[in-house]
Design a protein around this ligand. Structure first.
Ligand code: WTA
Length: 653
């Protein structure tokens, strides 16, 4: 599956950017020595480290033992009992009762603010409402909503009553939503009539209606009225569908008391793409996830009481879970939340929001940064960005040019940039250049975060030298690590622990340089990263072969200036179907319908047959080279049919 040659990596980038003296002076961690001391402590004395660093969180019962077991199955904070919402909400009352927890801006420009007091009250009411609908500790609740404050209320209300939420990104199609609901057997789905996106209505409830036609576990659909009848009239099915405001108003707040759960009780399931088959339900549990997100948010974003913090991710992805909801709220931060697209009504939208709300910390993705570069500096520079003090990036490797632009044009050379590497599976940030403590290098994700032991190894598990490419692994467990794949522990073990036995394999290729800084080159398994979205090639291929015309399909990535990777598929057709622009459009639409529009292929290439090894495995390396327009350099002697290669090239011309 992996190929050492493909992940050898060289970069000429060696500029270093020190934080300013002014930033360093006020930072939580002020020097490399301070970072190293804490880092050592986190590995040598995890019990002491995590006790001190979680001391402001609320535990009903402290842990007996910091960890138990060995990879793949490790428990953290054994014996502890808690409810995460007490750390995210109750603990802030009364001191932060009137502090803004969420400042929400809709796409058309309305603003709504919820203080910690108000958010607490809403969560308590909605938790009572969910209990009233029959949701109990241990149940699953699916959430299919847009970026509105209620999505946070819904997630926390689940946590309040010990039910696991499974948020499904609002860009997924009905089929994907249905599969996720069926996999985790959700009892209730939370949704809204519709959401604004680039001036159009995303009909979320209508999609839920389609999905729940074949989800026998769903008993109730709770619908938030966001747009109203004028823009998004919905049909309410008697006995199944209820309005959010009605169940909330009718609920007795006394019914919203927190359920105290064990440290390892499921907190949420989040589906993500893997290298094989259907999406995996990554399971995160309670205490370890809370500790990981709490501590990383505080130090990585160097949070201060008066910060206005904005993470631009969608709550449907892990970044939204960890760095819009659990991390910032457990720290008592003021979080900005924006409903719409970055270019609606124009490319100035983000910068206008920053100026309007005096955002001080911005956390976004390289794909967005590249799109802003393309749109032109004037959209950025015409707004007053003097409130910004720290910038962050996540989701894919950031190319040094984009890093420099972010630093100069957005950060005005004043703001450190934290390049944060992590995954749905890691739950929290694992590698980063801590601002104020160490210098940054464009394109490098920096040093391991507290409690993290990362290494780059060969396919045999041997450590490689400085600047040599290899596989990125984790030698030991960490608090916010996924615990299993929902309903399929065997797959969990196989997927993450079989490549390098005894180690967690991230799926990424990387090198570690002479300063101990990690440089991640990207996925080396069959997972693509398109605009920061993880897409499994197997999912795309199975969507394509479900179309009547397709005999066989192979999906690969090709480098793309804007998206990082673009999705290219090679397709062979069944007899009687003709390749051409019409079928191309149909197949793109088909994938959009099966998975979601964001996963629709950029290019479809028709071929008579696909290149395969003698054992019948599709030669993806070859297809990648063809997709990228590169000469094929590798050894092709195992090709079943050498003619296939030239035929594929011919299709190209
Ligand atoms: C990639 C997103 C380079 C990586 C939080 C990882 C990155 C995958 C970075 C996880 C970064 C994420 N530099 N690559 N700073 N951050 N990645 O699960 O390939 O959606 O394995 O989690 O994104 O994607 P996921």
């Amino acid at each position: 599956m992996t190929d050492d040659k493909a992940i050898a990596t060289f970069s000429a980038e060696n500029r270093r950017f020190e934080p300013s003296a002014a930033f360093r002076e006020r930072a939580r961690i002020k020097s490399k020595a301070d970072y190293e001391r804490l880092y050592r402590e986190s590995l040598d004395n995890p019990d002491g480290f995590w006790k001190r660093e979680t001391s402001e969180l609320v535990f009903e019962r402290p842990w007996r033992t910091v960890t138990e077991g060995q990879l793949p199955h490790v428990k953290w904070f054994v014996g502890a009992e808690l409810n995460v919402t007490k750390s995210c909400l109750d603990r802030h009352l009364p001191a932060r009762k009137d502090k803004r927890a969420i400042v929400w801006e809709s796409e058309p420009g309305e603003v709504r603010t919820l203080t910690y007091g108000e958010l607490h009250a809403e969560v308590v009411r909605f938790a009572a409402a969910l209990r009233g609908l029959g949701v109990q500790k241990g149940d699953r609740v699916a959430i299919y909503m847009g970026m509105v404050p209620e999505v946070v209320v819904g997630m926390l209300a689940c946590a309040r009553i010990g039910a696991a939420h499974s948020v499904v990104f609002g860009g997924f199609a009905a089929e994907s939503l249905r599969d996720r609901i069926n996999d985790c057997q959700a009892k209730v789905v939370l949704t809204q009539d519709g959401a604004w996106r680039r001036g159009s209505v995303v009909p979320l409830k209508a999609t839920v209606d389609k999905a729940v036609l074949s989800t026998p576990s769903i008993e109730k659909v709770v619908v938030l009225r966001r747009l109203g009848d004028e823009h998004a009239k919905v049909e309410m099915k008697a006995g199944r569908d209820v309005w959010w405001h009605e169940v909330s108003e009718a609920a007795d707040p006394a019914g919203g008391a927190p359920e105290v759960v064990d440290a390892e009780h499921p907190l949420f399931i989040l589906y993500t793409s893997g290298s094989t088959g259907k999406p995996k339900g990554v399971l995160h549990t309670t205490a370890g996830y809370l500790a990981g997100t709490h501590v990383s948010t505080k130090y990585v974003f160097d949070l201060r009481e008066d910060d206005v913090y904005w993470c631009t991710a969608d709550v449907g992805w892990v970044t939204g879970h960890s760095y819009i909801v659990y991390g910032p709220l457990s720290n008592g931060a003021t979080c900005l939340m924006y409903e719409g697209a970055p270019n609606s009504p124009d490319w100035g939208r983000f910068w206008q929001i920053i100026a309007k709300h005096q955002v001080s910390v911005l956390y976004t993705a390289p794909t967005a940064i590249r799109a802003f570069i393309r749109a032109g500096n004037e959209w950025v520079t015409k707004h007053d960005l003097s409130s910004l003090r720290l910038l962050g990036t996540v989701g894919e490797p950031i190319n040094p040019e984009a890093w420099i632009w972010y630093h100069e044009v957005v950060g005005q050379k004043r703001c450190p940039i934290v390049d944060t590497w992590w995954q749905t599976e890691t739950g929290a940030i694992m590698m980063v250049t801590l601002p104020g403590a160490v210098f940054a290098k464009p394109g490098s994700t920096g040093l391991p975060f507290f409690g993290v032991k990362a290494e780059v190894v060969t396919t045999d598990g041997k450590a490689v030298g400085a600047n040599e490419g290899g596989l990125l692994v984790r030698r030991q467990s960490w608090p916010s690590m996924l615990r299993t794949i929902w309903g399929d522990d065997e797959r969990f073990v196989q997927q993450y622990f079989s490549e390098i036995p005894g180690n967690y394999f991230t799926g990424d290729g990387a090198r570690c340089d002479e300063d101990g800084y990690f440089h991640v080159v990207g996925r080396i398994d069959d997972v693509l990263n398109v605009s920061g979205h993880r897409i499994g090639t197997a999912e795309i291929e199975s969507a394509l072969v479900s179309h009547a015309s397709v005999a066989e399909a192979a999906a690969v990535g090709r480098p793309d200036d804007l998206k990082g990777q673009a999705l290219v598929v090679f397709v062979t057709l069944k007899p009687g179907f003709t390749a051409g622009p019409e079928l191309t459009q149909k197949l793109k639409a088909h994938v959009g319908q099966e998975i979601g529009k964001f996963a629709a292929p950029d290019d479809i290439r028709f071929a008579e047959s696909l290149p395969k090894t003698r054992s019948g495995k599709i030669m993806r390396r070859l297809l990648k080279d063809i997709a990228a327009g590169r000469e094929t350099a590798g050894d092709v002697s195992t090709l079943e049919d050498l003619n296939v290669l030239s035929k594929l090239r011919a299709v190209d011309e």
